[in-house]
Ligand binder design. Sequence first.
Ligand SMILES: Cc1ncc(COP(=O)(O)O)c(C=O)c1O
Length: 415
Amino acid sequence: MKHKGCLHPETLMMGYGYDPFLSEGAVKPPVFLTSTFAFRNAEAGKHFFELAYGMKEKEPGEVPGLIYSRLNNPDLEILENRLAVWENAETSLVFSSGMAAISSTILAHVSPGEEVVATTPVYGGTHYFLSKIMPRWGMRCHWIPAGSTFVDELEQRLQQPDHGVRMVYIETPANPSNQMTDLKRCLDLCRRHGTEERPIRLVVDNTFMGPVFQQPLKLGADITVYSATKFIGGHSDLVAGAVLGPQELLAPISEMRTIFGNMASPFTGWLLMRSLETVGIRMRQQQANARAIVEMLKEQDCVEKVYYPGELDDEQDRIWRNQCSGTGSLISFDIRGGEAEAFRVLDSVKHCKLAVSLGGTETLIQHPATMTHSDMSPEDMQHAAISGSMIRLSVGIEHVDDIIEDLRQALHTVR
Ligand SMILES: Cc1ncc(COP(=O)(O)O)c(C=O)c1O
């Protein structure tokens, strides 16, 4: 097996963590479609369980044995080793969806009576979980607008006595506004206000830029979470999620996954390994297309504002330059008018697909206020700067001239 440190992630995605000669020489890992694994003898079975349930520590270099696909499976294990490479993480866990990864992470690290401080906007499902599901178990969420002023407001919150904050949950760039939040300054506040007994964990949803253009763990974040449905999967043909971080912080999340049973299936794991081979070239091509589309949008009279890294204000620019190596391929823009004008554009595209989700090879267009973020209250939407005029584009890898032509003719319908 090659050593992680010597090669680039793009190279490691072709074979890292897999020995063909354990599988008849197959160059690609087979799909291990099995629910359970045979033990060589009873003693071996007993030992595997002792390791899995934490009754014994692994010997140095020991690989825990395979037991049952809710606990471990070769496709997920190889995939988890490969995913970890991107952020130089100690380990990773793959889930049946991004929401499974996010909810398990929060439930593993926050207890009744404690608080999560989160950026707003965040993905609609995350907003729902934090604002509607968590309070049922006595946990609360304090929302602060994503972007340049987040850190100052976070500091004020942490200065309040008995704040109860155990997690700072950040989506950067935020979905759908593309507002960026300064991770290093957040980390500094988490460390200063957390204690050894009551640490404050910094958790980052890295779905928009990761794993290629942003690596929060390298910037000091405790845990990153992903909807692997998006760029990591990249073909809009699966739903999955992932969590990356140190073993110590992922162990309680792994316990949740074992008991909730929200791990990904072996076939999903296999599809994700296929996708990781091309994630770099896909994301770079999507970004190149997005940049050309941003230039076209800026020339349109009917487009009031474009939300894209590098197109925001100076402070946003500074944060983006400090923590990202690219601009990505999610563009939001406000159309002059409101929902009616936005809908006219959505109903006029011919090649772009009118669908939610993002990060796939095809260009998708949607209306956050009535689709992905529609379960936010009007006040929460206003707080998060999402309006009826906003349209979100996830740019694909089609020929850029065709996407531009399609969008241009759709935009002309509102002139
Ligand atoms: C930023 C972000 N995080 C998390 C999710 C949830 O992921 P999933 O749909 O895989 O559960 C999404 C879904 O759109 C998302 O956009």
